[in-house]
Design a protein around this ligand. Structure first.
Ligand code: ADP
Ligand code: GN1
Ligand code: MG
Length: 369
């Protein structure tokens, strides 16, 4: 990171004071995120600066339009529901001096600035069932609040984002192309995928047949995309709104299973440490269903756990594809990083398979309230 670069970007935004400190922040796989502190006399205020990944997000105007619409709507809803907390419960975008949602540099980088949400943290591994319940409640509330988003559907920021058959085709293609020369290492993983190919179309078929509705969903409900208050342990704010777009509530629930319930990080190399924590799952199910039981259809209720298996499989396919392609999509921090990630996902698929009947029973229970 170049401090000069951050300072140059800072001049484009109406910040409170001069940049005093800037450092890389968080463990997201996509954007370049910095915590930037500004000082004005005795007052110090922090912001989040993000360089949006343009290789991945082709239409930054459309994306930022979505973010502006969603945050305006959520802020109004939160102000009605809990006026005292409304400011901290929604991401606050700081427009540029010219009133634009982001700043584009001469070299084509796209930068945006949010208020830093203080006294809260994100977690890569879930601390327990209470935290799972809190985070799931926040994502459930997020879906609920967006049911009446005005202005028509949001723009699709990444087409076919959760389209498992297309993700599978991309895997086959990457295997054929063998761009990074790694094909020989992934025989067991390819066989694992082949054996589960029949499930890839299931949710899409139900959507096509009108049994599962399209909704405005988050589409990236990783545990570390919700801020948890340091004092109270309550979920404060859903963040990472880049993929909020038309989708299925099932994948949001599924991605919570994928990221809340493992006993080890997403990139844990020792698969013996990767297990599904059923107590955390119960907390997740209770937190989510408490919010979502008012709007979920019968077909959605029946497929919540299945969706966890499917999205975990799908993200595993994406990591494996990226490993074969030479690590061109997800940020990596060591050799074999994407392969380790793919393997934990496939281990979690097996874990969900093993626990599926229990998980379904817990969901049905949680839906009753
Ligand atoms: P990515 O798409 O790369 O995952 P995120 O928007 O999720 O980017 O941001 C990465 C991390 O930065 C988050 O997981 C969180 O820890 C932190 N973060 C993002 N926005 C804020 C914010 N407004 N206040 C405090 N921390 C934030
Ligand atoms: C990425 O941006 P981040 O780190 O919250 C990815 C998700 C994957 C996830 C896997 C835009 O999420 O789809 O599920 O990594 N985001 C995008 O951990 O591709
Ligand atoms: Mg993120």
């Amino acid at each position: 990171m170049k401090m000069d670069e951050i300072k140059a970007v800072a001049t484009r935004f109406p910040l409170s004071g001069a940049v005093e400190d800037a450092r890389p922040h968080g463990s997201g796989h996509i954007n370049d995120t910095y915590a930037v502190a500004c000082r004005n006399g005795d007052a110090r205020r922090r912001y989040v600066f993000q360089r949006i990944n343009r290789g991945i997000f082709k239409d930054v105007d459309g994306l930022m339009d979505n973010v502006a619409r969603v945050t305006a709507h959520l802020r109004a809803k939160n102000a009605e529901e809990e006026p005292a907390h409304a400011v901290r419960e929604t991401l606050t975008l700081i427009p540029t001096q010219n009133g634009h949602a982001f700043h584009q540099t001469e070299t084509g980088d796209a930068w945006r600035v949010y208020d830093f949400i203080e006294n809260a943290d994100t977690y890569d591994v879930c601390a327990g069932p209470d935290q799972a319940g809190e985070a799931a409640r926040a994502f459930g509330r997020f879906q609920k609040q967006l049911v009446d988003l005005p202005g028509g559907p949001l723009k699709e920021t990444i087409p076919y984002f959760h389209h498992t058959p297309r993700r599978y085709e991309a895997l086959d293609q990457a295997f054929l192309e063998n761009a990074a020369g790694r094909r020989a290492e992934v025989g067991a993983e390819m066989a694992f995928c082949e054996a589960r190919k029949p499930m890839t179309t299931r949710v899409l078929d139900l959507m096509r047949d009108g049994l599962i509705p399209e909704r405005t969903t988050h589409n990236d409900t990783k545990l570390n995309n919700v801020m948890i208050d340091n004092q109270t342990g309550r979920a404060v704010c859903v963040i990472d709104l880049d993929t909020v777009m038309p989708g299925s509530a099932l994948f949001d629930f599924g991605d919570m299973i994928r990221t809340f319930t493992p006993t080890a990080p997403e990139d844990e190399p020792d698969l013996n440490k990767v297990r599904l924590d059923i107590v955390i799952f119960e907390g997740l199910a209770r937190g989510y269903c408490g919010m979502a039981r008012e709007f979920l259809t019968d077909a959605e209720r029946e497929h919540l756990v299945f969706a966890g298996k499917l999205i975990t499989f799908t993200i595993g396919i994406r990591f494996l594809t990226d490993y074969l392609a030479g690590d061109v999509y997800f940020k990596v921090h060591r050799p074999g990083h994407n392969l380790d990630r793919a393997r934990t996902q496939f281990k979690m698929v097996e874990e969900i398979e093993r626990n599926e009947p229990t998980m379904n029973a817990l969901v049905q229970d949680a839906l009753k309230g």
